[in-house]
Design a protein around this ligand. Structure first.
Ligand code: NCD
Ligand code: ZN
Ligand code: ZN
Length: 361
């Protein structure tokens, strides 16, 4: 007789194909040098967000930024890890069809990122009127199969902060995808049942990334025992019904949902501030966080598809052939880590997770 492992019994050790992070902020300068090793040790590739100051708006600038990342890895002695930064351009009202053509001919630039102007960190140069001003660029992206990565929140101040993703679907996402039905779209860092339901039922080439914080926490985390800025990111954490919908999507067999940490480092003093910055630092322990979320619902068996397969498939890239091993061994998250001249507080600092990444030999 075959020995059958019950679905709710999870192994104490899990080896998966190396994961990729399809939504990552690594900043530049000293900040880049402080955070890049954390991603390179767990992930083989990452989609690098372009919201620097000034934003990355040309292929030439994206290639320079990529070289800075490679140089930082070399200086840290981590060149051998083979980490591949997949670059993106920041969509502005001035992005041209030539920029899109340059992306389609580049081996290292893979997508264009939409930040509605004012929606999030460093989005002030973002697009003011996507459907009104970007028609030629969107047509070119559709024609040349360049994905549009979307921060999906409206910026209308009259819309409640917690409703901005749901309203974005009706006001922007649906009209956009009606007008450009073959445009490849990634609905980044989805946070609501509304977004999950939309992505599940939509026609055409669409996918969504999900962060560890939106799988593990609901909005109570921001207010437990006092105001907790290290749980504040955008889109903001939502109520429990939404978290459950996200867990259900991530751990399902639907190929449209895959890993994107949205790890977004901000110095401790800028988070613990009168107008604290939005963004959670999760690159340090991303895979331990995701393993914890999947194991909590007895679906660690789906982690590999979410972390290592579906994103590569959507982007039309080969799956990784190297591996990463996770072990069920308690890991207490560092209270803070160095960040250039400042320090950085990781997501859920001080808490203990049941899983950790097995250090490479
Ligand atoms: C990100 C950042 O800090 O760059 N912040 C965040 O809260 N997620 C920007 C973003 O992804 O919206
Ligand atoms: Zn965003
Ligand atoms: Zn982000």
């Amino acid at each position: 007789m075959l020995a059958v492992t019950p679905m709710n019994m999870t192994p104490d050790k899990l080896t998966i194909a190396s994961p990729d992070d399809w939504h990552l902020h690594v900043r530049d300068g000293d900040a880049l040098k402080a955070v890049i090793a954390d991603s390179a040790r767990q992930f083989r590739r990452a989609i690098i967000m372009p919201n620097l100051r000034p934003p990355v708006v040309s292929v030439q600038r994206a290639l320079e930024y990529r070289q800075q990342i490679m140089d930082a890895l070399d200086q840290l002695g981590l060149g051998h890890l083979g980490f591949d930064p997949l670059m993106t351009l920041y969509l502005t009202d001035n992005t041209s069809v030539q920029d899109i053509e340059a992306i389609s001919q580049s081996d290292h630039v893979h997508a264009v990122k939409l930040y509605p102007a004012g929606a999030t960190t460093n989005s002030d140069q973002g697009v003011t009127d996507l459907l009104g001003r970007c028609d030629k660029v969107l047509q070119a992206m559709q024609r040349l199969s360049v994905p549009l990565l979307v921060h999906g929140e409206v910026t209308d101040p009259s819309i409640d902060l917690f409703d901005r993703e749901a309203v974005f679907i009706d006001r922007v996402m649906i009209p956009l995808r009606q007008r450009y039905p073959e445009l490849r779209v990634v609905f980044e860092h989805v946070t609501t049942k509304d977004a999950v339901d939309y992505v599940r039922q939509a026609q055409g080439p669409i996918a969504a990334t999900i962060t560890p914080q939106h799988l593990l926490y609901n909005r109570n985390a921001i207010f437990t025992g006092g105001l907790r800025p290290h749980w504040y990111c955008l889109p903001v954490l939502k109520r429990e019904t939404h978290r459950l919908a996200l867990v259900d999507a991530a751990t399902s067999d639907n190929p449209r949902f895959f890993l994107g940490t949205d790890s977004a480092p901000h110095a401790r003093h800028l988070k613990e501030h009168g107008t604290g910055c939005a963004g959670c630092y999760s690159a340090l322990h991303a895979m331990a966080l995701y393993a914890t979320a999947f194991d909590a619902v007895g679906r660690i068996d789906r982690l590999e598809a979410f972390a290592s397969e579906r994103g590569a498939d959507f982007y039309g890239m080969p799956r990784n052939t190297t591996t990463l091993t996770l072990v069920r061994k308690p890991y207490t998250i560092e209270e803070q880590v160095p960040f250039g001249k400042a320090v950085l507080v990781p997501l859920a600092a001080g808490q203990t997770l049941p899983w950790q990444v097995q250090p490479q030999a």
